[in-house]
Design a protein around this ligand. Structure first.
Ligand SMILES: Nc1ncnc2c1ncn2[C@@H]1O[C@H](COP(=O)(O)OP(=O)(O)OP(=O)(O)O)[C@@H](O)[C@H]1O
Ligand SMILES: [Mg+2]
Length: 323
């Protein structure tokens, strides 16, 4: 059974020039213990989706349609109390650029303990002891419990954020670009920590990234987003070896491959369209090597192909176009 099922989710940012359709009819699901990658260019709606799963969307943002079913319950129907119980205990997030979001005037121990007390009815001593355990768990060491964020490197601050997010033993952990902006060695160490935590606590993970090689190594499935919609949803290996959507294919050739042979990197010409007044039809049409007349007229439906899905008119008649 799916642990999380997002169905036809739409989230708009209400601007005076009109609604920006940041997330438009998005559906995907995650099984227990699965790691799902969410990728796509900047502005395609990844963070907006991540925040909506904890109902953290604030005005001018608004969830305008769809459902988010967690363990059989639509979280959009939960009371604020119900939401508080869910946050941290069931679903937790390490937000994008979280390593810069620690409170500079509190020790890391206080910040972890605060999170524990907020969601679990434990006394201060227990919370402090658990904060130390969390610091051990993320490889920082309990002896740093009284250190302040400025005494840590970016990678260590990200470990503290992971310690905070996992402090109440969530089932689903959302990591929004957890290694972006860190150097390669630190990135590797963090990925190893995330994989260790996943195995040890049987976590289900949503891993948001720009870098496809990161996704390739760490995710079972990948949802490729483009301009607020799902372009392709596929298991990782098939996505790499045989992308279905022309956008997936372009993304793969625009990043160094760790799985395939070396090839020249291509950037994708052009930019995504406006989300306020998008053109009719497929939003990728202007940048697509395979564009056809119908692409500028009709929004492509999602076609199911061998357990994968692709929103592209190329698949209307044929199962196997080459992109
Ligand atoms: N608070 C906001 N107010 C208005 N528009 C917003 C707000 N937050 C996001 N948006 C818009 O919603 C769209 C999706 O943004 P989002 O941050 O979800 O993208 P993203 O895929 O996470 O991008 P990135 O890779 O840069 O983190 C963008 O067009 C963005 O400008
Ligand atoms: Mg983002």
């Amino acid at each position: 059974m799916a642990l999380l099922e997002v169905k036809d989710l739409s989230i708009y940012y209400q601007m005076h020039r009109g609604d920006a359709k940041a997330v438009d009819g998005v559906s995907f699901s995650i099984k227990e213990n699965e790691t799902l990658g969410l990728i796509g260019e900047s502005g395609c709606g990844k963070t907006t989706i991540a925040l909506s799963l904890l109902r953290f969307i604030r005005p001018p943002g608004k969830i305008t349609g769809g459902s988010i079913i967690y363990n059989g319950t639509n979280i959009l129907d939960l009371s604020e109390d119900g939401m508080r119980r869910l946050r941290g205990n069931e679903i937790a997030i390490v937000r994008q650029e979280a390593q810069n979001a620690l409170n500079p005037v509190l020790t890391v121990g206080e910040q972890i303990a605060e999170q524990i007390i907020e969601h679990d009815k434990v006394d201060k001593n227990t919370a402090w002891q658990r904060a130390k355990d969390q610091l051990e768990l993320v490889g920082i060491g309990a002896d740093r419990v009284r250190s302040y964020p400025h005494e840590f490197s970016g990678g260590m601050r990200q470990r503290v954020m992971i310690a905070i997010a996992t402090a109440n033993y969530p089932k689903l952990l959302i990591l929004d670009e957890p290694i972006t902006g860190l150097d390669v060695i630190v990135q590797r160490q963090l990925l190893k920590l995330i994989a260790d935590l996943r195995d040890r606590f049987e976590l289900t993970i949503i891993f948001i990234a720009h870098d496809l090689s990161v996704i390739a190594e760490n995710c079972d499935r990948v949802v490729v987003m483009y301009a607020g919609k799902v372009a392709e949803n596929s298991n990782t290996s098939d996505l790499y070896h045989k992308p279905l959507h022309p956008y997936s294919s372009a993304l793969i050739s625009s990043y160094p491959s760790i799985l395939g042979e070396r090839q020249e990197l291509k950037s994708i010409p052009g930019a995504p369209p406006s989300l306020v007044n998008p053109p009719p039809g497929c939003l990728f049409a202007d940048r697509c090597e395979h564009v056809m007349d119908i692409c500028r007229q009709k929004i492509p439906p999602e076609y199911d192909i061998d357990g994968r899905s692709v929103a592209c008119h190329l698949y209307e008649h044929s199962k196997e176009p080459q992109v």
